[in-house]
Design a protein around this ligand. Structure first.
Ligand SMILES: Cc1ncc(C[n+]2csc(CCOP(=O)(O)OP(=O)(O)O)c2C)c(N)n1
Ligand SMILES: [Mg+2]
Length: 370
């Protein structure tokens, strides 16, 4: 297996999995990038308007990691997203159709109801964010304990293997969470048992207020793989096709019985850790570092490649200009209408749902009945 180096991002070897993608796939990937971005900015706007409460953890500028990693999965593969990957809950198995009720992902309605803390949501107002999962959709329940879903996902694919099923689990983790003991324990276990587990490290260069140089003594978090004797690949996290290629390589390695891999996706956190941290983050992060980290917007990177290949004209690329804009600058006209319409369906469902009754508070906490 080829071990990714940062310079791999720009090469164009014919055997790249993305070489098999056609113009429709590129258009779909671009639309998914728009949707992930729109989900983010729309929630910020809804909160500013006073229609929404609770902390938001933005994935702005990190959308290519979510979209590119999900695109090559089989419907029955498992994922375990964390706080930074909220769109992954409803984008899983998008290739089966965004509105397909049989799709093995959550619906936009369920995810919006979760964010609004209403009935019709998986968490029923226990919190407003990512602490949800779905056995039906093959989404491992997210926990607040960083890296805590890796052993759970390893157990799930071990069980699937024992049943003769050929699923792969994709776990998402920030680079900061790779310092957790459980990260080491889980990946060591997966390596020893050659489990089909792919661990994505979303290296957005900050773990809350801690910069990477205070998290790890090496530059590339993919090198954590060396300790387990497994492949450690590096993807350009701003390039959805490079993420797709590296994750597909790791997924095929896993599915063929060769064991786990780590894929580090290099990206940059656009805002604060959560929106409660935006003002502080503007002080603890140097301005030029933030400008530098945000200068390659994943939507713009994808458009450039599509124009180069003749998959869209420059005029078409300019039509929906969501890239390089913050939530305050962007409007609905900067997004394709189908993207806005899809999110509208989720928001309208959520705001029309009642809050769950207070008596539900003890539900799922204590065993009930016999
Ligand atoms: C075991 C544990 N320690 C601390 C926290 C509090 N916490 C939540 S997110 C976070 C930062 C995570 O950084 P990183 O893993 O790089 O992910 P990012 O937020 O940058 O996507 C911290 C410290 C936690 N949830 N779990
Ligand atoms: Mg981080």
């Amino acid at each position: 297996m080829r071990t990714g180096k940062p310079e791999d991002a720009s090469d164009n070897v014919p055997q790249r999995p993305s070489a098999k993608l056609g113009v429709q796939d590129y258009k779909e990937l671009l639309n998914q990038l728009y949707l992930a971005r729109y989900f983010d900015v729309r929630l910020i706007k809804e909160k500013k308007r006073g229609r929404l409460k609770g902390t938001l953890y933005s994935s702005h500028n990190q959308e290519a990691v979510i979209v590119g990693s999900l695109f090559g999965l089989q419907p029955t593969d498992w994922i375990s997203p964390i706080h930074r990957d909220m769109p992954a809950f409803f984008m899983k198995d998008f290739r089966s159709g965004w509105r397909n009720p049989e799709r093995l992902g959550m619906s936009i309605q369920e995810v919006c109801a979760q964010v609004w803390g209403r009935t019709g949501s998986p968490g029923r107002a226990r919190d407003n964010w990512s602490h949800i999962g779905s056995r039906r959709a093959h989404i491992v329940h997210s926990t607040s304990m960083l890296a805590g879903t890796i052993p759970a996902a390893a157990g799930v694919v071990l069980a699937d293997r024992l049943r003769g099923e050929n699923t792969v689990a994709l776990t998402y983790n920030g680079e900061g969470s790779t310092a957790q003991g459980v990260f080491h324990e889980a990946i060591n276990f997966a390596a020893v048992h050659k489990l089909p587990l792919v661990t994505i490290i979303e290296n957005n260069h900050w773990a809350y207020g801690t910069p990477t140089e205070l998290e790890y003594s090496q530059r590339d978090f993919a090198r954590r793989a060396d300790g387990y004797g497994i492949p450690g690949l590096i993807a350009d996290g701003q390039d959805v096709l490079d993420v797709y290629d590296k994750v597909m390589e790791a997924v095929e390695h896993a599915r063929s019985g060769q064991g786990p891999s780590i894929v580090e996706c290099k990206t940059f956190r656009a805002y604060g850790h959560g929106d409660h941290d935006d003002d502080r983050a503007a002080k603890y992060r140097p301005k030029d570092e933030v400008e530098d980290g945000r200068k390659r917007d994943p939507i713009a990177v994808m458009k450039e490649q599509m124009v180069k290949l003749g998959y869209m004209t420059k005029a078409e690329a300019a039509m929906f200009a969501a890239e390089n804009k913050g939530a305050g600058e962007v409007t609905d006209a900067d997004f394709p209408p189908e993207v806005v319409a899809y999110m509208n369906e989720g928001v309208e469902f959520a705001v029309a749902q009642p809050e769950p009754p207070a008596e539900e508070g003890g539900m799922w906490v204590f065993a009930e009945g016999e």
